[in-house]
Design a protein around this ligand. Structure first.
Ligand code: NAP
Length: 369
């Protein structure tokens, strides 16, 4: 133990009391006194200045002060699947967490070390620095309309983690008091894909409205720091851009995962790497609620177009397959003669008007080879 300011006087006998320069004597329980018979150089301790900061004390003070300066009081609204998942990491970063949800999650919250409030009034009266919205996309507007904003501090930071971005951005601008700061975010991972680590996983954010005061800028940075320190790939982009990209990637991924789940993919003893990828896709998406998926569809204006494109792509593949099958079938019925006549007709047309003509679906001869 590093009682560095203590002086040592070697070989003195065990003392029943330690004496201090301020003439304070403290009884020291015998088990804590070193045994002089085993340690010939055992020191007696004299602390000269009991009220001076000791190094071990100083370090812990510094640590506490550092944690206080970087920690936030975060109120989570919507303590379901994703809210709980996020809170576990927030707690590791020494933030104070409060939560509210329509379901009573007191027990889960207790186990995690989160204070749970059944009434948002009570949570807001705790004056969190940050209010984080982690409710379903579908319930967001109804919830925002009921929140008692007047109980919060005037410049609270509102953050959302919804999987669509333009929709909550517009709702925040519509319903939040003008003094509130707004940060729209999308951690592009979930309890399944981010269960081991967040390192390298994309975190999209848009500082929609952050006041210029240093404290407000710092508060927003502290929040973003949680994800940066976890190693997320921090991507700053507008909500509109996010939705455009996400419809083409995230919505399509969820759709394929759901289609394959309905289709019923199952592991087999001869899984290929590609098939394993499909199984993982189903695993990653099946834990998400249908509300979430429906929200991706309903509240991203680009999603419908992507669904239609998927439909068309599927139809086109089907046509290609059936087209070839049809050719093989015709060949079996009519032999090579018909094919030769058709080839001749096409080459005449091409020579006739000079324009390129798409040949009929691949040549039947290939099929036979
Ligand atoms: P979710 O089904 O999208 O949302 C469930 C949450 O919404 C629960 O906290 C639930 O509260 C609350 N909720 C649902 N209907 C409500 C209503 N009518 N009134 C009040 N609260 C209501 O599933 P989630 O996975 O937890 O996602 C939460 C948010 O995070 C969503 O906006 C989602 O887009 C986003 N997100 C999710 C993931 C993910 O991988 N899961 C990833 C990134 C972002 P109760 O539990 O109390 O009923």
């Amino acid at each position: 133990m590093q009682l560095l300011s203590a002086t040592r006087s070697l070989n003195s006998q065990p003392l029943p009391f330690l004496s201090f320069s301020h003439s304070i004597s403290l009884p020291l329980p015998l088990p804590f006194l070193p045994n002089p018979s085993k340690s010939p150089h055992f020191p007696s301790l004299q602390i000269h200045c009991i009220d001076a900061a000791q190094p071990f004390d100083y370090e812990s003070h510094l640590k506490t002060r550092y944690i206080q300066s970087t920690s936030l009081k975060i109120g989570i609204l919507g303590f379901g699947n994703f809210g709980q998942f996020l809170s576990k990491t927030f707690l590791r970063h020494h933030h104070t967490l409060l939560a509210h949800s329509r379901t009573n999650y007191s027990d889960v919250a207790n186990q995690l070390g989160v204070s749970f409030f059944s009434d948002p009034n009570d949570l807001f009266e705790q004056h969190p620095d940050v209010v984080l919205l982690s409710t379903s996309i579908l319930s967001t507007e109804a919830l925002l309309q009921q929140l008692p904003f007047q109980r919060l501090r005037r410049n609270t930071l509102f953050v959302d983690v919804l999987s669509v971005k333009e929709f909550p951005r517009n709702l925040f601008l519509k319903y939040l008091p003008p003094d509130f700061d707004i940060l729209c975010t999308h951690p592009m991972f979930g309890p399944e894909s981010g269960k081991d680590s967040w390192a390298g996983l994309p975190f999209v954010y848009d500082k929609v409205r952050i006041g210029e005061e240093e404290s407000r800028v710092r508060r927003c940075d502290k929040f973003l720091d949680i994800f940066a320190k976890e190693g997320c790939r921090m991507v700053e982009m507008s909500c509109m851009e996010h939705d455009r990209y996400a419809a083409g990637s995230q919505f399509v991924t969820h759709t394929m995962g759901r289609v394959l789940e309905k289709f019923g993919v199952e592991s087999s003893p001869i899984n290929t790497k590609g098939y394993e990828t499909l199984l993982n896709l189903v695993e990653n998406t099946k834990g998400d609620s249908f509300d979430l998926y429906y929200g991706l569809f309903m509240y991203n204006q680009n999603a419908l177009e992507q669904l239609e494109r998927l439909d068309m792509a599927f139809e086109s593949i089907r046509k290609e397959l059936f087209g070839r099958l049809h050719q093989v079938y015709r060949k079996q019925l009519f032999g090579d003669q018909e094919q030769e006549e058709m080839d001749e007709k096409f080459s005449q047309k091409l020579l006739g008007n000079g324009s390129l003509i798409q040949p009929p679906l691949d040549n039947v001869r290939q099929e036979g080879s």
